[in-house]
Design a protein around this ligand. Structure first.
Ligand code: ADP
Ligand code: MG
Length: 249
């Protein structure tokens, strides 16, 4: 079995996974939330002793299978929230537990490994590799299991990319780019998808398609935390939150 951390960082070892995305990955984490933030604050240190508040005493619980939307204006702390949950930004204070792992109690190398195993990311700007075609970009997210190629083809079909699989990003529409990025995030079947304004560049039709795929992922047992300045994800979300000046409400 593959786990990302030593047992000292595991908060529970007694439960068996029912999350379909976990396979043999986290037999430890089902009775606990997918994400748990407790009194998390992030202050960015600025010159002359000034601090900018990114997160202000944020507590949050996301269960397995939940679709959570966080809506807030630019600068309210949405990206900071995702970076913190993604193990890429240590909070100033508070505890971040993701898939049963106390993220900032483990070393950086373990955190990187943890991220690759448990988390998938989708961004507004897609971040596709320009010189790779669709299927190659998707396979960048693969985790080396024997069925990766099969999984890539299944996602290509499901996301309507069959005719585009040999095309590079410069020849794709923005909707196709985002669906490729989505497939790249889904291919390794992570426990949790973190999505930062994933529909910010899309028209209403493509927006709905991306949200529908994310919602389906939750129905299959994965968890999604999506942050956005708009209200487009609300009708898919099980938990709808707002963010303002670093605070969740
Ligand atoms: P959002 O994603 O909602 O637009 P961010 O999380 O990017 O908000 O930013 C929240 C606040 O933290 C903003 O005031 C922003 O200027 C500040 N901030 C974000 N990243 C940094 C950083 N690396 N250094 C200093 N301030 C930052
Ligand atoms: Mg942002």
């Amino acid at each position: 079995m593959q786990t990302a951390s030593t047992s000292t960082a595991m908060l529970s070892t007694s439960t068996r996974a029912i999350n379909k995305h976990n396979d043999a990955r986290t037999e430890t984490s089902t009775m606990q939330p997918a994400i748990s933030l407790t009194h998390v604050t992030k202050r960015y240190a600025m010159p002359r002793g000034c601090n900018v508040v990114g997160l202000d005493d944020v507590s949050l619980m996301v269960d397995s299978g939940q679709f959570v939307s966080v809506q807030g204006p630019s600068g309210s702390g949405k990206t900071t929230l995702l970076l913190t949950i993604g193990g890429m930004q240590r909070p100033t204070s508070g505890q971040v537990v993701v898939a049963g792992h106390d993220l900032y109690a483990i070393g950086q190398a373990e955190r990187t490994k943890f991220r690759a195993i448990h988390l998938g990311f989708v961004f507004q700007m897609f971040h596709l590799v320009p010189y790779l075609n669709v299927i190659e970009n998707i396979c960048l997210g693969a985790d080396g299991r024997p069925d990766n190629r099969q999984q890539a083809h299944a996602l290509i079909e499901r996301l309507g990319l069959t005719e585009r699989q040999q095309h590079k990003p410069s020849r794709l529409s923005v909707g196709e780019c985002q669906r490729t990025a989505l497939a790249r995030a889904l291919i390794a079947r992570p426990d949790i998808i973190l999505a930062d304004e994933p529909t910010g560049n899309l028209d209403p039709e493509n927006t709905e398609e991306v949200l529908r795929v994310l919602a389906q992922y939750c129905h299959e047992g994965g968890s999604v935390l999506l942050v956005t300045h708009g209200a487009e994800a609300q009708h898919h979300a099980d938990q709808r939150l707002k963010m303002e000046q670093g605070r969740l409400c």
